[in-house]
Design a protein around this ligand. Structure first.
Ligand code: SF4
Ligand code: MG
Length: 326
């Protein structure tokens, strides 16, 4: 069943230099027990999308349109009080940098206790027992002792686990993880991804995993949404998107994955140039200034915005023919 349903989301920020179109007509769904990976370079609109779902934009600074339905409840235009109640209880978020989410002067245990007690009228003692249980669940050794440590006394990987414990304090049904492993070394990265996957199986959580690294989502996503300049360029089952991608931008992303086989990587062209300014998004296909197939066979790349789950004007048979197989 669809748990999160985002429809035609637009997130625009008016500035002195013009309107920043951070997200421009984005739609996707996430089911309970499933993981959607949202992938793209920085500035593609991934984080802005998650902040919109969580209701974390200052409303006076942003123009929002579209719909964000959480289990059928529309959040984008809902009473901020209601969204605040859902945040931390029904939906929770983990970030790249646990220190930004944790208070340096409070023990890890106290922060989990407070996250829990905001939504549950239980005694401190019961909440503390819950915190210790959560720390154990996310794989922190000696949780009954570590619960009284401060964030700086934890290693990077352990802090990430503690933040996940905090996010899980109220058994959220939607977990948004924004670059949760980017700052970690490869071994710890794999452990954290395993942890997210295990917890998801246990709690049947809907997970949105945001990353610039296609390799990370290939490991645990059921579906993949590739974003470019605030729009979806490719959206489909992870198996298909990863093994047989059809959008030239996705090919480029694969080409920049370090852990790919040399043989495959050599056939892919890494993306040249940089992402566009979101104030002056190129007309037509926003990717056209960087795309090696721009205008091929007279297709209207520079003038018409392509639509569909694979937003590209190349005819389907040609995309299939050109696609690298992994
Ligand atoms: Fe490239 Fe044109 Fe497809 Fe855009 S629409 S990705 S420019 S071929
Ligand atoms: Mg980001």
């Amino acid at each position: 069943m669809t748990f999160l349903d985002v429809r035609d989301l637009h997130v625009h920020f008016p500035t002195d230099d013009g309107v920043v179109k951070a997200v421009d007509g984005l739609s996707f769904t996430v089911h309970r027990g499933r993981t959607l990976g949202i992938v793209g370079e920085s500035g593609s609109g991934k984080s802005v999308t998650s902040l919109s779902v969580m209701g974390l934009h200052r409303r006076s600074a942003v123009r929002l349109s579209g719909e964000v339905l959480l289990d059928g409840t529309e959040l984008l235009h809902a009473d901020p009080e209601e969204v605040r109640r859902l945040r931390g209880r029904t939906m929770a978020m983990i970030f790249q940098d646990p220190l930004s989410a944790m208070h340096p002067l409070y023990t890890v245990g106290r922060q989990i206790v407070e996250a829990y007690r905001v939504h549950n009228p239980v005694s401190r003692k019961a909440a503390r027992a819950h915190a210790i249980d959560l720390l154990a669940r996310v794989g922190i050794p000696h949780p009954a002792k570590r619960v009284d440590d401060y964030p700086h006394q934890f290693s990077g990987g352990m802090r990430q686990r503690a933040m996940i414990a905090m996010a899980l304090a109220n058994d959220p049904q939607l977990l948004i993880a924004d670059e949760p492993t980017t700052a970690l070394d490869v071994t710890v990265q794999a452990q954290i991804l395993d942890l997210i996957r295990d917890l998801q199986e246990e709690f049947h959580t809907a997970v949105v995993l945001i990353t610039h690294d296609l390799g990370v989502v290939a490991e645990i996503a059921d579906d993949i949404l590739v974003m470019y300049a605030g729009r979806a360029v490719e959206y489909g089952a992870a198996e298909t998107v990863f093994r047989k991608p059809e959008h030239p931008y996705t090919w480029g992303l694969l080409g920049s994955m370090p852990r790919l086989d040399r043989a495959v990587r050599d056939r892919l062209q890494p993306i040249k140039g940089t992402p566009p300014s979101l104030i002056r998004v190129p007309p037509g296909c926003a990717f056209h200034p960087r795309c090696p197939y721009n205008g091929r066979g007279g297709i209207p790349c520079a003038t018409e915005v392509p639509s569909g789950t694979i937003a590209c004007h190349l005819p389907h048979p040609e995309r299939v023919r050109l696609a690298p197989t992994l």
